[in-house]
Design a protein around this ligand. Sequence first.
Ligand SMILES: [Zn+2]
Length: 942
Amino acid sequence: MKMKKFFAGALLFFAWTATTVAQEMQMPPIPVDKAVRIGKLDNGLTYYIRHNEWPEKVANFYIAQRVGSIQEEEHQRGLAHFLEHMAFNGSEHFKGNDLIEFCRSLGVEFGSDLNAYTSIDQTVYRVCNVPVARLSALDSCMLILKDWSNGLSLEKSEIVKERDVVHNEYRLGDGPSQRMITNSLPKLYPGSKYGVRMPIGLMSVIDNFKPKALRQYYQKWYRPDNQAIIIVGDIDVDHFEQKVKELFGGIKVDPKAPKVVPEEVPDNEEAIYIFEKDKEQQMNQILMFMKHDATKPEEKVNMDYLLEVYVKAVVSNMFNERLRELTNDPDCPFFQAMGDDSQYLLSSTKDAFEVIGIPKEGRDMETLQVMMREALRVAKFGFTATEYERAKADYLSSLEKVYTNRAKITNDQFGNEYRDHFLTNEPIPSVEELYQVMQMLAPNIPVEIINMALPEMISGQDKNLVVMEWAREADGLTYPTEADMRAAVERARAEELTAYVDNVKDEPLISELPTAGTIVSETTDKTFGYKELKLSNGATVLLMPTDYKDDEVQMQAWAWGGKSLYSAPADLQSLKIFDEAIGMSGLGNFSSTELSKALAGKNVNADLSLTDARQYCNAHSTPKDLETMFQMVYLYFTNVAKDEKQYQNLMTQLDMALKNKSLSPDMVYSDSLNNTLYCHNPRYQTPDVKDLPQMNYDRILEIASERFRNASAFTFAFVGKFEEDSIRPLIEQYIAALPTTGEAPEKNRNVMTMAKGEVKNHFTMKAESPKAQAMELWRAEAPYTLQNSVMIDAVGQVLSMIYLKTIREDESAAYSCGASGGFNLRGEKPMLMLQAYCPMNPDKNEIALRLLREGMQNAATSIDPDMVQKVKDYMLKQIDIDSKTNSYWMGVIDKMRTYGVDMHHDYKQAVQAITPESLSKFIREKLLSSGNHVEVVMLPEK
Ligand SMILES: [Zn+2]
């Protein structure tokens, strides 16, 4: 039976039992959201235009193409992606780099808001967060889309320049994954183009193709009938529909033009076993696929498809919970495993039930056996009613969350939905309609129906089975053969299986409520208008209700002290895993597994963390689950439960991860960077295998209770969607009930050590793929003020532009490079920090290094006024977007209360006051004059 037929049948069954006899096999269609205008021009171009006001006063523009690297011929491998690069290097209305410069002038940054990607079957370009104040600017964005669609210049000189950029991108991505994917794909897709069409392509093609070949590919595939224009934002829909017709209506399509035909994936009669190894691979991975037919785009239009999506979601949820529960046993052969039913790797024409496992050392084949065993157990016995109750509750609560926030769906979300509707016909009902349908449907589907669908996904047979292992290569290791993998699968099939038993703890998180305290005083903050409450136990509470997200309440509680109060060498090691160890512990009477079962269907989270100077308890929830959040916070302060099994798992995992860190160029580099920057201070060194025995779970729990035993030292800030009246009783019941010691709040100590003066560390590293990395850091003490903070941020952004232009665009000495500036507030005195980083092209490392240093030196004397203006525009636009988020206000309140600095009110004036001269002066007098400069460079060993 085809899966599609099954879902149609199941739905009919419900229509029948729930209401009346269904007369015909035709399912009702999924309604299309009426708020989006969809149209198609005569030449085949599709468009989606929607007015949306979140975020306010900006709009997003996209062009999606139904083509990608799968359309390439053998001699064109890499051209689809190369073409995407050329879209930013000259077109009919934007010569040379004008497009990037024009977007910058709108405050739209290349790389984030202006970007594109190429995958195997789609290529999507976007210009996002364009301010809507000037209609002429928006019309220019339409010209950009038009140029991308069919007006690229593809000049020879620009193509020649871009070869290096793409080659550098290849080099940057060259690591164990890229190498093993390239080797595995032809075996994963025998006899299919999917096996030999990674978008990055062949460097032999990239370095040598004739410009004419690129132009031919462009003309052949970039056509209106393969394209969709998507516009979402604070815009006039009629105006843009008219624009689409004007700009794109005249483009002709050759009636004989080749059609995009879906590339099918052949079935495999015999199981496929694949093994790959690589010296830089950190952890082994085992993948198991059971391929089956994908739902075709034209089959995604009726209600049964929504049911199919629902069933897949709950199945993957329940299956993953089982796998997670297995890892609680320290004897489990894997660290982690998970599965779901989705697209088979690259190909939208084939789906697979897929399981991935990360085995513990030497237990690869046992892991594979368990992966197969659990899949077979599910197929044979199905899921239990209690597992399904939790999964259904999870589903319904996330549906509820989306529905609650329906007025604040972002332009990005709509943009992605319309893209998927165009490319793969994913349905686009309105949130209201989806909510209504699924609210009615999901509660009426019993677990039996879910279980009946399982054998369709999980066949367990050799036909269409694909098993693959990626392993770490090292001396002295032995590797499984194909026969070993086959034997592990056979062993699982031969097992006598029993049904899963679901152990659930049926009691409330807190069985006996603590004695409530009271709110003893209350004031209103004059600067930001939030309420400040003093509680009977001495704790301080800040309340700032907002309307930015209808489904979010954030809480942050903090007090001084942090890691700085500990200095014993063993403590320093334990503190390195404090956050993780607490995060995997239980709470109250609940082990971590029991806790996650008890929290099913709730959108809530809380955790503890330590920084150098402070201890934090962070939490968030939906308005609906607020009380559960308060209970978790109460328990984190009073009763973190030891979960020894979980701790052992964490240790095994760390042992595995750290044992091989010397193999990874990235980890070696970051270790050297930390050591140079922080003068080999053990506090700031990333952990090493030899440190593990010093870490101590009991000591971690002891430190947790020391740090969180005195609630009177803490400030609890609440920002988000809540009513003051309804949150007050919760504050009295849980926060005012927290214990205190009566002691005065502690102060943190100064433990920061940083390299002084001019410090250079150059070293070489031998690796499979030669990697070159550079980092420059300038720092200076300075008062923490709004002005200084705005200036250092602007310096970072200007330098980023300079580096992008000189290092990447002019010299092709790196694929990516950049700079960022900010304050480091961890030490005794606030510190300005400016970091420049650059993963370099090893052959051009001298040029890159020279430009890194020169960029800074030159900026200290003069800066291009045009760049400064663009940075200012960007900052002014970004603050309007950021200041509509809860996290922003949490930060603003924190800065004000901790350092007495108002980062909000005069922000725009401070940005407007920036001039090229003031920036240069700032660099000269505030930053470089300190003479503190660190340079860390890693080059490949020759
Ligand atoms: Zn690229």
